[in-house]
Design a protein around this ligand. Sequence first.
Ligand code: MN
Length: 339
Amino acid sequence: MKIGVVEKPGVLKRAERDVPSIKQADEVLIKVKRVGICGSDIHIFHGKNPFAIYPRVWGHEFVGEVVETGSAVTKVKQGARVVVEPIMYCGTCYACRQGRGNICEHLQVMGVHRDGGCQEYVVAPEANLHRLPDSLPWDEAVLIEPFTIGAQACYRGNVQKGDVVLVMGAGTIGLTALQMTKLAGATVIVTDVVPEKLAYAKSRGADYLINAKAENMIEKVREITGGMGSNVTIDAVCNKKSFEDSIEVTSAAGRVVELSFNEIPSEIAPVNLIKKELTICGSRLQTKRFPVVIDYLTKGQISLAGFVTKTYPIEQMIDAFEYVDANSASVRKVVITME
Ligand code: MN
């Protein structure tokens, strides 16, 4: 079967490998239909993901059809359409005991720590599968995982109906956070420095737009909110200044949700936390967000028009990565078809 593998940083290849076989009674063999390329896959390709182990079959955003099931599998049958939740956790560490396997001490992410979805067939435990309704096309289903990331940011920020949410950055993750916070009943302000991205955010429901290059972002948010600031700020810009700005711009009793993997420290004055009793939280991957997103998608409540920028067959995988690399300012999602 065909696979897409990052052999080592900077070396992405198409290769052939034997179809994997089921080894545990709870495992399922899946014929992969679509794989999405994530910013983090590009980072793995460039050797900039600190968690990646090489060589690695990339891909954590993938969907497919069940072709064979282990003897103990009860949830799915041959022919079932599924999305694979790409995280594996121990179930016994402190985080897991809190129901937060996404930050397990022994976390394994498919496509990062172990082989992922860019292969014609993949084996995964039954527990990692979510059934898809027949009405949901593959081209939409492949977007479930990225939308769980926005759903997690919304959940971590405890977004309530009527809250004013500031989403900093209208890239792929910012856009998923925008739609999830809108569905939670928030008023949403989106910032970016690229006018085309802001225009797309507007078309996906943003209530206010701020061009952070042309305008003073913090002043503008205060103006929009009558001086209050944003109740929840989701930092999907992810640099030193964006984290500092998040602390500054968020209202009293507000929540700051950080999505950055940045290792550069920001300068935060503790007094800003105390006087506003801010809650700052990280948001990584997702906890129990797959059913939430599948439900929204099935009901047609997430609007996906224009979300997929381009689709490539597996034979053109390298072109697809080059396209994402060359168009990082405008790409929302590039998808690989495996059939
Ligand atoms: Mn992703």
